[in-house]
Design a binder for this molecule. Structure first.
Ligand code: XMP
Length: 323
């Protein structure tokens, strides 16, 4: 019979068997799957695991700290944090096209992550032979089922290492659905903020700024997003809403009046959606009072924002994200 306790015991035994005395690396994204996979592997092999978190500077307020502090406190895992925010900002400078942004963020992410892997490989200790991934059952089905290895190509700026390093994959969540992963995570002691986290795109706030991504715009959006999340949580809407992208229309300005002066600021879009699987979605008919509170707080507390608008488009035709 299925219990989270059984799943954990089984997977811990299987991971120990697979990894033996070698070492493993796990990339943390801030999301549920990688956190739970890492926590399971940590339980199985302890200090033989090193987690890597690439801070691309596109996370929401408090999320990097959540990984650095709460995840580590809950699991005791070795964590290597790479602050690459400058690098991502530089790479994104002047870019407004959504697909171009995605490509750049993906490319930089892989480069930074591989560099971190190479540094871990060079440390003293047992051979690093495994890469942990938070693959879920639906991912397995979708991709045709095979398990495999990951090829890491070194780049010409890193000398003295073999051209190709091959890792064997450790995928302790391969038999689980998302809700089961959340249960396992809770049982392993991960905090609710990690285990119950709503979907958030890998490219982060980079694809929630319509226009060029800059440090100032990211800071502004982080503040607006934090207010919206705080109020949605306070109103008890986190379970009802699948996710609520908060989008900055950085290239749009509109006239407003605040205090005793005319303003010419940017709009923030709220995009609360209800969905089962993100393939289709409907805009969430959420209470006006909550919308009013979010709007008042954002326009009062976030400089340069003088308007808050609600996206009332279903998917299709609109996607959940604006980019
Ligand atoms: P769309 O905007 O296509 O989003 O309706 C569907 C779901 O996918 C998320 N999303 C992404 N996730 N990388 C990701 O990891 C991406 O580039 C990306 N784009 C969209 C989105 O948040 C929603 O949950």
């Amino acid at each position: 019979n299925w219990t989270t306790g059984n799943v954990i015991d089984e997977q811990v035994a299987a991971i120990r068997e697979q990894v033996g005395t070698k070492r493993a690396i796990c990339g943390l994204s801030g999301g549920v799957d990688s956190a739970v996979a890492a926590a399971l592997v940590q339980k199985a092999i302890g200090s033989q695991l090193t987690c890597v978190y690439v801070d691309h500077g596109l996370m929401r307020k408090g999320e990097t700290e959540q990984v650095e502090k709460d995840f580590v406190a809950a699991t005791g895992a070795n964590l290597k944090v790479v602050d690459a925010s400058e690098r991502f900002l530089n790479a994104l400078a002047g870019v407004s096209d959504p697909e171009e942004k995605r490509k750049i963020i993906g490319r930089e992410f892989i480069r930074v992550f591989e560099q971190a892997q190479l540094e871990i490989l060079q440390e003293d200790g047992p051979e690093v032979a495994f890469l942990v991934q938070g693959t879920l059952y639906p991912d397995v089905v979708e991709s045709g089922g095979g398990t495999g290895t990951a090829n890491i190509k070194s780049h010409h700026n890193v000398g003295g290492l073999p051209d190709d390093i091959e890792f064997e994959l450790v995928e302790p969540l391969r038999q689980l659905f998302k809700d089961e992963v959340r249960m396992v995570g809770a049982e392993l002691g991960l905090p609710d903020e990690i285990v119950q986290r709503q979907p958030f795109p890998g490219p982060g706030l980079g694809i929630r700024i319509v226009g060029e991504v800059t440090k100032d715009r990211l800071d502004l959006l982080r503040e607006a997003d934090a207010i919206a999340r705080e109020e949605l949580t306070a109103a008890g809407l986190d379970r009802e809403i699948w996710q609520c992208p908060v989008v900055l229309l950085a290239d749009v300005r509109s006239v407003g009046v605040q205090g005793d002066g005319r303003t010419y600021g940017h709009p923030i879009v709220l995009r609360p959606v209800s969905s089962e699987d993100a393939m289709t979605a409907d805009w969430t008919r959420m209470p006006y009072e909550v919308l009013a509170k979010i709007s008042t707080r954002i326009t009062n507390e976030v400089a340069d924002v003088n308007r808050v608008v609600l996206d009332v488009t279903s998917k299709p035709p609109g996607t959940i994200e604006w980019e």
